[in-house]
Ligand binder design. Structure first.
Ligand code: ATP
Length: 137
Protein backbone atom coordinates (compact mmCIF):
# COMPACT_ATOMS: atom_id res chain seq x y z
CA UNK A 1 0.00 0.00 0.00
CA UNK A 2 1.17 3.50 -0.86
CA UNK A 3 2.48 5.51 2.07
CA UNK A 4 0.45 8.64 2.83
CA UNK A 5 2.15 11.88 3.88
CA UNK A 6 0.59 14.96 5.42
CA UNK A 7 2.28 18.33 5.12
CA UNK A 8 1.09 21.18 7.33
CA UNK A 9 2.44 24.62 6.44
CA UNK A 10 3.45 25.35 2.86
CA UNK A 11 6.28 27.86 3.20
CA UNK A 12 9.40 27.21 1.11
CA UNK A 13 10.26 24.15 3.20
CA UNK A 14 6.84 22.52 3.45
CA UNK A 15 5.97 23.33 -0.16
CA UNK A 16 9.11 21.65 -1.49
CA UNK A 17 8.69 18.62 0.76
CA UNK A 18 5.09 18.18 -0.47
CA UNK A 19 6.06 18.76 -4.11
CA UNK A 20 9.01 16.34 -4.05
CA UNK A 21 7.03 13.61 -2.30
CA UNK A 22 4.21 13.97 -4.82
CA UNK A 23 6.63 13.94 -7.76
CA UNK A 24 8.04 10.70 -6.36
CA UNK A 25 4.57 9.16 -6.56
CA UNK A 26 3.54 9.40 -2.90
CA UNK A 27 0.05 10.32 -1.79
CA UNK A 28 0.26 13.74 -0.17
CA UNK A 29 -2.34 15.68 1.80
CA UNK A 30 -1.26 19.30 2.21
CA UNK A 31 -2.71 22.23 4.10
CA UNK A 32 -2.01 25.84 4.94
CA UNK A 33 -3.93 28.74 6.42
CA UNK A 34 -3.01 30.77 3.31
CA UNK A 35 -5.36 30.23 0.38
CA UNK A 36 -2.78 31.16 -2.26
CA UNK A 37 -0.25 28.59 -1.01
CA UNK A 38 -2.94 25.90 -1.10
CA UNK A 39 -3.95 26.91 -4.62
CA UNK A 40 -0.32 26.56 -5.78
CA UNK A 41 0.17 23.08 -4.32
CA UNK A 42 -3.29 21.76 -5.23
CA UNK A 43 -2.26 20.90 -8.81
CA UNK A 44 0.62 18.79 -7.54
CA UNK A 45 -0.73 16.78 -4.59
CA UNK A 46 -3.59 14.36 -3.98
CA UNK A 47 -5.56 16.77 -1.78
CA UNK A 48 -5.04 20.23 -0.37
CA UNK A 49 -6.99 22.21 2.20
CA UNK A 50 -7.12 25.77 3.45
CA UNK A 51 -7.29 25.45 7.21
CA UNK A 52 -5.99 26.74 10.49
CA UNK A 53 -4.23 23.63 11.74
CA UNK A 54 -4.47 24.80 15.35
CA UNK A 55 -8.24 24.37 15.01
CA UNK A 56 -8.82 20.86 16.32
CA UNK A 57 -12.08 20.32 14.45
CA UNK A 58 -10.69 21.47 11.10
CA UNK A 59 -7.58 19.35 11.56
CA UNK A 60 -9.64 16.27 12.32
CA UNK A 61 -12.03 16.83 9.41
CA UNK A 62 -9.16 17.24 6.91
CA UNK A 63 -8.16 13.60 7.46
CA UNK A 64 -4.51 14.65 7.59
CA UNK A 65 -4.10 12.77 10.86
CA UNK A 66 -4.76 9.51 8.99
CA UNK A 67 -1.47 9.97 7.15
CA UNK A 68 1.39 7.61 8.03
CA UNK A 69 3.78 10.52 8.46
CA UNK A 70 2.95 14.18 9.05
CA UNK A 71 5.48 16.93 8.46
CA UNK A 72 4.73 20.08 10.48
CA UNK A 73 6.38 22.94 8.70
CA UNK A 74 5.01 25.91 10.60
CA UNK A 75 8.02 27.82 11.86
CA UNK A 76 7.71 31.44 12.79
CA UNK A 77 4.58 30.90 14.81
CA UNK A 78 6.15 28.59 17.40
CA UNK A 79 2.99 28.41 19.46
CA UNK A 80 0.98 27.21 16.44
CA UNK A 81 3.66 24.62 15.63
CA UNK A 82 3.50 23.17 19.15
CA UNK A 83 -0.32 23.22 19.31
CA UNK A 84 -0.51 21.35 16.01
CA UNK A 85 2.07 18.76 17.08
CA UNK A 86 0.24 17.99 20.33
CA UNK A 87 -3.07 17.63 18.52
CA UNK A 88 -1.56 15.31 15.92
CA UNK A 89 -0.20 13.18 18.76
CA UNK A 90 -3.63 13.05 20.38
CA UNK A 91 -5.12 12.06 17.02
CA UNK A 92 -2.72 9.11 16.97
CA UNK A 93 -0.27 10.09 14.22
CA UNK A 94 2.64 7.66 14.53
CA UNK A 95 5.40 9.60 12.82
CA UNK A 96 5.62 13.37 13.19
CA UNK A 97 8.49 15.35 11.69
CA UNK A 98 8.62 18.99 12.70
CA UNK A 99 10.56 22.01 11.53
CA UNK A 100 12.19 24.13 14.25
CA UNK A 101 13.13 27.75 13.76
CA UNK A 102 15.48 28.02 16.73
CA UNK A 103 17.25 25.71 19.22
CA UNK A 104 14.66 26.18 21.98
CA UNK A 105 11.81 25.39 19.60
CA UNK A 106 13.75 22.27 18.63
CA UNK A 107 14.24 21.23 22.26
CA UNK A 108 10.54 21.64 23.04
CA UNK A 109 9.61 19.57 19.99
CA UNK A 110 12.03 16.85 21.10
CA UNK A 111 10.57 16.85 24.62
CA UNK A 112 7.10 16.50 23.16
CA UNK A 113 8.41 13.33 21.53
CA UNK A 114 8.24 14.02 17.80
CA UNK A 115 10.03 11.42 15.67
CA UNK A 116 12.38 13.91 14.08
CA UNK A 117 13.19 17.61 14.36
CA UNK A 118 14.53 19.45 11.33
CA UNK A 119 16.47 22.71 11.56
CA UNK A 120 16.58 23.42 7.80
CA UNK A 121 19.05 26.30 7.71
CA UNK A 122 21.36 24.90 10.39
CA UNK A 123 21.33 21.39 8.89
CA UNK A 124 21.99 22.70 5.39
CA UNK A 125 24.84 24.90 6.63
CA UNK A 126 26.46 21.92 8.41
CA UNK A 127 26.12 19.74 5.31
CA UNK A 128 27.62 22.42 3.12
CA UNK A 129 30.56 22.97 5.49
CA UNK A 130 31.24 19.22 5.70
CA UNK A 131 31.09 18.84 1.93
CA UNK A 132 33.53 21.76 1.57
CA UNK A 133 35.88 20.19 4.14
CA UNK A 134 35.83 16.90 2.23
CA UNK A 135 36.62 18.80 -0.94
CA UNK A 136 39.80 20.22 0.64
CA UNK A 137 41.25 16.84 1.71
P1 ATP B 1 9.78 28.76 5.12
O1 ATP B 1 11.01 29.15 5.88
O2 ATP B 1 9.60 27.28 5.01
O3 ATP B 1 9.63 29.48 3.83
P2 ATP B 1 7.98 30.72 6.06
O4 ATP B 1 9.07 31.63 6.56
O5 ATP B 1 7.27 31.09 4.80
O6 ATP B 1 8.53 29.23 5.98
P3 ATP B 1 6.59 29.89 8.43
O7 ATP B 1 6.22 30.83 9.50
O8 ATP B 1 7.64 28.88 8.73
O9 ATP B 1 6.87 30.71 7.11
O10 ATP B 1 5.24 29.18 8.00
C1 ATP B 1 5.18 28.20 7.02
C2 ATP B 1 3.76 28.12 6.52
O11 ATP B 1 2.87 27.74 7.58
C3 ATP B 1 3.21 29.41 5.92
O12 ATP B 1 2.81 29.15 4.59
C4 ATP B 1 2.02 29.75 6.81
O13 ATP B 1 0.93 30.29 6.06
C5 ATP B 1 1.65 28.39 7.40
N1 ATP B 1 0.93 28.48 8.67
C6 ATP B 1 1.21 29.29 9.71
N2 ATP B 1 0.33 29.11 10.71
C7 ATP B 1 -0.54 28.12 10.28
C8 ATP B 1 -1.69 27.49 10.85
N3 ATP B 1 -2.13 27.80 12.06
N4 ATP B 1 -2.32 26.54 10.12
C9 ATP B 1 -1.89 26.21 8.87
N5 ATP B 1 -0.82 26.78 8.28
C10 ATP B 1 -0.15 27.74 8.97
Amino acid sequence: MKKVFGVIGLGRFGFNVAKTLAEGGAEVIACDIDEEKVRQISELVSSAFVLDATDEKALKESGIANADTVIVSIGENVEASLLVVVQLMELGVKEIIAKAVNPLHGRVLERLGVSRVIHPERDMAIRLAHSLEKGTI
